[in-house]
Design a protein around this ligand. Structure first.
Ligand SMILES: [Zn+2]
Length: 367
């Protein structure tokens, strides 16, 4: 797979080139050496609890520097922006990013994102991101002095950025139509039609708020019966606390304390499931069933070739829970003989940040 920046069609990124042997070569635009050198992209995956940042080398997306920090829980958008700027500056310095070799910076953010205007809204899992925020403008102004140059910056919905990475580098690129479901603190999603992301007016793909049970459990969005209320980590934890208070037994919160955590992470859910904790199993199985119902409804509407399951909880989802979801989906599919393939992500923990970095890398010129 080639990427335009390596070929003859790349956009000019500088002028002038060393003399000498260049004269004997086949004709080449004079700025090609500098274009070739512009190969580093920085990606940020902003989550509710952590900020993951990478620098990658195009076109392979090899990770050459990375950092992980906590998302500030207080101080509003200013402190989150400052934390992103620090992370980009640190990773950029570690990767040797400078004016002549930096393609740009991409940032994946939860919530509704207008990537053309760089405006983010509804990212309720990040402090101060509930109201519309001109994130691209704020970041551009603060990052440029730290990196010592103007920087091309793009913001995108975090799941769409991660899916972009999977499409370019993972197995998902084999499919022309795809539904991505990201299970984490909440539940996000993305739709790929004819090989391209479908963004609608900015909010397409929010499968987490597909209703699986009218009048059902309360969701973080304030409504009832959404998929996220059944298989989102924050909602599952809230339900677990209620059921414990009502007298059920579970080792979930002991595991949490043993691991020194203050919330039920995907790893804790996975561990409790393996240990046959009844409450964990009951909630994960119920979540798997709800996931199956949502997948079937979406599939009947979209008729995709595959469904890609990602996100922190998605990656650690026990095989038994995914199998339950697949079976439940089969019950509701109009064409069960053409059930979509269920596939897992290929890029792992850094996939969100790598996908964000690819926002700054020109699309492949050869598929
Ligand atoms: Zn909801």
């Amino acid at each position: 797979m080639l990427i335009a920046v390596e070929g003859e069609d790349a956009h000019p990124a500088g002028s002038g080139v060393a003399a000498g042997s260049e004269a004997q070569r086949p004709r080449r635009p004079p700025s090609s050496a500098l274009r070739r050198a512009r190969e580093i992209a920085i990606g940020v995956d902003l989550g509710g609890t952590k900020i993951e940042t990478v620098a990658v080398r195009a076109p392979s997306a090899e990770v050459i520097a990375q950092a992980r920090g906590a998302t500030p829980a207080e101080g509003g958008p200013q402190s989150v922006v400052a934390a992103i700027v620090d992370a980009v500056a640190d990773v950029g310095a570690a990767a040797g990013a400078a004016d002549h070799n930096l393609l740009g910076v991409g940032v994946g953010v939860p919530g509704q994102v207008d990537s053309k205007l760089g405006i983010v809204k509804g990212g309720s899992n990040v402090s101060g991101f509930g109201k519309p925020l001109e994130l691209a403008r704020l970041l551009e102004g603060a990052i440029a002095p730290r990196l010592g140059s103007a920087v091309a910056l793009r913001v995108e919905n975090d799941v769409r950025a991660a899916v972009l990475g999977e499409l370019r580098l993972g197995t998902a690129g084999a499919f022309q139509s795809l539904l991505a479901i990201w299970l984490g603190t909440g539940v996000g999603g993305a739709v790929v039609c004819a090989g391209a992301l479908h963004v609608g007016a900015g909010g397409a793909g929010e499968i987490g708020h597909l209703v699986v049970k009218p009048g059902g459990r309360r969701c973080t969005c304030g409504r009832r019966g959404c998929l996220e209320a059944y298989i989102g980590r924050a909602c599952m934890e809230a339900t677990a606390r209620k059921r414990l208070a009502a007298g059920e037994q579970s080792a979930l919160f002991e595991l949490m304390r043993e691991r020194g955590r203050d919330r039920l992470t995907a790893g804790i859910w996975q561990r409790a499931y393996k240990r046959h904790d009844q409450l964990a199993r009951s909630l994960l199985r119920g979540g798997g069933r709800a996931l199956g119902v949502a997948m079937a409804s979406a599939q009947n509407l979209l008729d995709c070739e595959a469904i890609l399951i990602g996100g922190g909880l998605g990656e650690k989802l026990p095989a038994g829970v995914l199998e339950r979801a697949r079976k439940e989906m089969g019950r509701h599919l109009l064409a069960p003989e053409r059930a979509p393939l269920l596939v897992r992500t290929a890029l792992g923990d850094l996939g969100g940040a790598i996908g964000a970095a690819l926002l700054a890398v020109p699309a492949p010129s050869v598929a």
